[in-house]
Design a protein around this ligand. Sequence first.
Ligand code: NAG
Ligand code: NAG
Ligand code: NAG
Ligand code: NAG
Ligand code: NAG
Ligand code: NAG
Ligand code: NAG
Ligand code: NAG
Ligand code: NAG
Length: 831
Amino acid sequence: MGSKVFELLFWVSSLLCWACFAGGFTPADNYLIDCGSPTNTTVGDRVFMADNLASKFLSVQENILGNTSNAVTSSDDSRLYQTARIFTGVSRYTFSISQRGRHWIRLYFYPFVYASYNMSVAKFAVSTENHVLLSSFSVQAPFVKEFSVNVTSNSLVIIFSPSENSIAFINALEVVSVPDQLIPDTASSVESSSGFQGLMWQALETVARVNMGGPTVSFENDTLWRTWVPDQRFLVEKNLALNVSNTMAVKYVDGGSTPDIAPNSVYGTCTRMNSLNDPNSNFNVTWEFDVDPGFRYLLRFHFCDIVSNALNQLYFNVFIDSWMVVRDLDLSILVNILGGAYYMDYVTESATRNKLRVSVGPSNLHNTYPDAILNGLEIMKMNNSDGSLTGLGTVNTSGSRSKKKIGAIVGVSIGVACGVLLAGVLFMFCRKRRRLSRQRQSKTWIPFSINGGTSHTMGSKYSKGTTTSLNSNTSYHIPFLAVQEATNNFDESWVIGIGGFGKVYKGELNDGTKVAVKRGNPRSQQGLAEFQTEIEMLSQFRHRHLVSLIGYCDEKNEMILIYEYMENGTLKSHLYGSDHPSLSWKQRLEICIGAARGLHYLHTGYAKAVIHRDVKSANILLDENLMAKVADFGLSKTGPEIDQTHVSTAVKGSFGYLDPEYFRRQQLTEKSDVYSFGVVLFEVLCARPVIDPTLPREMVNLAEWAMKWQKRGQLEQIIDRNLIGNIWPESLRKFGETAEKCLADFGVDRPSMGDVLWNLEYALQLQEAVVQGDPEENSTNMIGELSPQINNFSQLDLSVSSAQVQVASVDDLSGVSMSKVFSQLVKSEGR
Ligand SMILES: *[C@@H]1O[C@H](CO)[C@@H](O)[C@H](O)[C@H]1NC(C)=O
Ligand SMILES: *[C@@H]1O[C@H](CO)[C@@H](O)[C@H](O)[C@H]1NC(C)=O
Ligand SMILES: *[C@@H]1O[C@H](CO)[C@@H](O)[C@H](O)[C@H]1NC(C)=O
Ligand SMILES: *[C@@H]1O[C@H](CO)[C@@H](O)[C@H](O)[C@H]1NC(C)=O
Ligand SMILES: *[C@@H]1O[C@H](CO)[C@@H](O)[C@H](O)[C@H]1NC(C)=O
Ligand SMILES: *[C@@H]1O[C@H](CO)[C@@H](O)[C@H](O)[C@H]1NC(C)=O
Ligand SMILES: *[C@@H]1O[C@H](CO)[C@@H](O)[C@H](O)[C@H]1NC(C)=O
Ligand SMILES: *[C@@H]1O[C@H](CO)[C@@H](O)[C@H](O)[C@H]1NC(C)=O
Ligand SMILES: *[C@@H]1O[C@H](CO)[C@@H](O)[C@H](O)[C@H]1NC(C)=O
């Protein structure tokens, strides 16, 4: 009951938040003028009014309206450029503002010659009552200047002031409301950890608005009529960058961005570090922009991980000039979901050069592939202490600049204040929730992103001067001599596992890296081909939750694979059948989440889904920090190419985990792995073997037994008794539901590994949410009341444990799981 409410709140608040940010924005003030035009002009879905309709806003009586037939034709708004209004003296537009707050001011310029007026030589200033927008300004080409100012009175005045003996002109003009949330009052600051406050007072000029890795996004495809330009011309070294486009992946979620902040088409493309062919890449991708020294700039970075296949894969650093603004940025913990749109604001110090550089580069964290992305970037110039956006002197606005006026207006209208208050409360609510959820997330998620585990020590130091028989992955090659040395010449006392293919040795490379060495039986020519394929495949999978290949050796007819060593052995050995201390519920959840990540990556991280085919607790290994890694992954085949004989051999090895649908349809899919993983989940919860022939008949098969209790809603009756009193009902319920879904009869009804991952994370949050509160307060709710049945079961479970040890040890290789490569090699010899 309580958990239902909790969950409901979770969703309602997410929805509410979404609603208050998203949705089509309708500007309260919307002045669009096609200056000099005799008729209304439609651009996209907006109508720019004819000049004569706008004359009521204008202070001048003199009408000099120019037109030209050779205006640009390429852009969608070209019709706006065909006419212009020309000013020979100081002139003002005065717009009444129905809703105070930030407004766009967009000025369209295209100089042409009309009568005796040559607009190319025009020189003039544009200002509002409080801010100088342009001074000594002249234009040679079609140009839109975009500003945004917070209008704090009920009118906005825009003043055009020609320089001496010159003229001013304008082709089109926009004054349009901006959603309040677009520019919040605070931003991070490169100088101070406390950040920058007071953006509400800033006039901003858009210096650059860039869609990284993609095409121009025109105003017609932007809810706030902004134009985003491609980044090619800003890239310092184009060859270091790749374009990525995956618009379908973009998700707007609570705690992230909204379509008003930037459209899908911006988040759906990015420029990515070109490191795909070199895991040792170490360089930045850099963009350079022209700026005016003496001004501060507001930078808005748009990020969306459209390149990863799973959460917690992408870590990178972000720089503004030489400042590192974020180290090891992990979007996973910020938006909680792959493809979640996210943005960050930074205020620079006052620029000292006329160039501003923005870079992204690889993180130094262990176990991360060098990579970095940027999806979009906005650079906005901030006014200086004189309220000016231009460095040049003050402008003659005929004394209309008046700061007194602002003071008088503040807080005048109670009606407006109420409206603002209401919006503010809603906004604060959203902000608060957002902050809360971030805090919670970071507590829950950070351990995963930081526990780097063993670093990947590539065999590159051995790569020179060795055999060329496997030319594809020479960097993984390790000389036989080094393998002999590492294993004390295959010392029998160093054997940690034995299987059909040969033995697994513990070893240590000469740089101290601990490894697990699998030595296959002498090979045939046929075996060599498979061995080679497997190495190629394995070397492409690099993920923190997959046991990684460190190298191989094929000298002297050997077939040796060298993996990272997993200090804590198999998950299975921590659940039952050994004297390891019992794992806590949180540890178990984290292990399941890690393994789910690894499997999710296998299913989605490669061109074709890779099916593991032998998911079981003995194939989930734990490193020294109990971080889970899935073993034997590269040895599986991609879906359609499955060789039936191999499938059936794999099947035999893992009775109890096997997908029933496989029997029916003889077809293996990713969902078979999901089924097996569901069995692992129950195994983790109940800490007993998946098949235990010594138990009463209905209990022999864990999957059946657990499903029976789950369907009755009494799963707590059969959980590991070490968990009793330490597991929250909400968390258990979520976990049980997840496992149940994995065990659905038909593959189509089972969730994807991505969904499983999400649900497990949620189960962890449910556990954490309560634990982080007051542990005493709710202790009566903790699962603890046991029926007699439980105690009986637990005793029963214990009583058979010695028998289990033997059963378990058959496929439990204490630290390194058996490799199907070898079993397949052996098999293929016989074919
Ligand atoms: C031109 O646009 C204005 C509003 O911007 C509208 O009131 C007027 O009816 C339009 N005129 C024509 C001829 O469409
Ligand atoms: C400018 O407008 C006038 C009146 O509408 C028209 O006669 C003339 O052809 C136009 N000139 C150009 C260059 O478009
Ligand atoms: C207008 O001014 C530009 C820039 O000075 C010049 O190149 C052009 O020839 C002028 N055009 C006319 C018709 O005077
Ligand atoms: C505009 O300024 C007023 C103060 O005059 C402030 O209350 C309001 O939040 C600001 N609006 C925005 C969007 O910054
Ligand atoms: C808007 O986006 C759609 C699809 O992304 C594209 O087909 C269309 O050309 C775009 N429109 C403009 C004006 O760029
Ligand atoms: C990225 O796309 C742009 C055009 O949108 C193209 O000019 C550029 O060559 C592309 N870069 C790469 C590395 O493909
Ligand atoms: C990336 O740029 C920053 C800032 O200029 C610099 O400190 C860092 O060394 C660069 N990293 C690489 C790998 O070049
Ligand atoms: C920008 O102008 C406002 C007054 O409109 C002022 O309060 C603010 O400090 C100025 N910004 C900077 C960075 O000096
Ligand atoms: C400012 O402009 C007004 C009107 O054009 C003019 O009368 C006044 O002399 C100018 N003041 C200065 C300081 O240039």
